[in-house]
Design a protein around this ligand. Structure first.
Ligand SMILES: Cc1cc2nc3c(=O)[nH]c(=O)nc-3n(C[C@H](O)[C@H](O)[C@H](O)COP(=O)(O)O)c2cc1C
Length: 189
């Protein structure tokens, strides 16, 4: 069985949901999966011993969660020797404005450079606007930002832009490229 670690950083909870969907899907591909919240108690867990690692983090004001940065920086040397994926959850990926895609790629590349991590694959994942969870000031601010980007502005509801099928395809492709460890391969003593 292939052992996969998913490390995630979240501020409002949407990237946790993404990490949980990835975990469910990988388990359906007969992988064993551990989920690690980079801000949680187990944040010292090492990637050593896993066959692959997926890191997912969301962009807030041009930066990722500090717990994710710390974890990746600490383990970059090990991560660079194994199959890894980085999922950057954001909203700018939806923007039509010229330069938006360049900006979001620059945020991702700066993070990777600062952590000295070279993931095998990377993906920009559209996130969510969770108006109903935000305190009023954040809701007001987000409505203005999202309106400029052409997104939904009804603050009485949430907007989920994540394409779950696309995400499942991505993780399926990633899992297919990993070595399969047959539980019986070592023989029976
Ligand atoms: C206060 C705030 C700031 C944000 N800043 C950015 C940003 O700079 N660039 C971007 O693409 N998305 C930005 N977003 C969108 C988030 O990346 C998106 O809402 C994501 O789904 C959040 O994931 P989380 O719930 O796991 O924290 C911001 C969202 C909030 C609430």
């Amino acid at each position: 069985m292939t052992h996969i670690l998913i490390v995630y950083g979240t501020t409002d909870g949407h990237t946790r949901k993404i990490a949980q969907v990835l975990a469910e899907d990988l388990r359906a591909h007969l992988c064993s999966v551990d989920l690690l919240d980079a801000a949680g108690k187990l944040n010292r867990l090492s990637p050593e011993g896993y066959d692959a690692v997926i890191v997912a983090a969301s962009v807030h004001i041009g930066s990722y969660q500090s717990g994710v940065k710390r974890w990746v920086r600490t383990h970059a040397e090990v991560l660079n020797q194994m199959p890894t994926a980085f999922l950057s959850v954001c909203l700018a990926v939806l923007e039509k404005r010229p330069g938006a895609q360049r900006e979001i790629r620059a945020i991702m590349l700066r993070f990777l450079r600062d952590c000295a991590w070279r993931p095998t694959v990377m993906k920009l994942v559209p996130g969510a606007v969770l108006y109903t969870q935000y305190p009023w000031l954040k809701r007001w601010m987000m409505r203005r930002i999202v309106a400029k980007a052409g997104g939904g502005t009804d603050t009485t509801r949430d907007y989920e832009y994540t394409d779950w099928n696309d995400l499942r395809d991505f993780v399926g492709q990633f899992a297919k490229r990993l070595p399969v460890h047959d539980a019986m391969a070592g023989g029976i003593l």
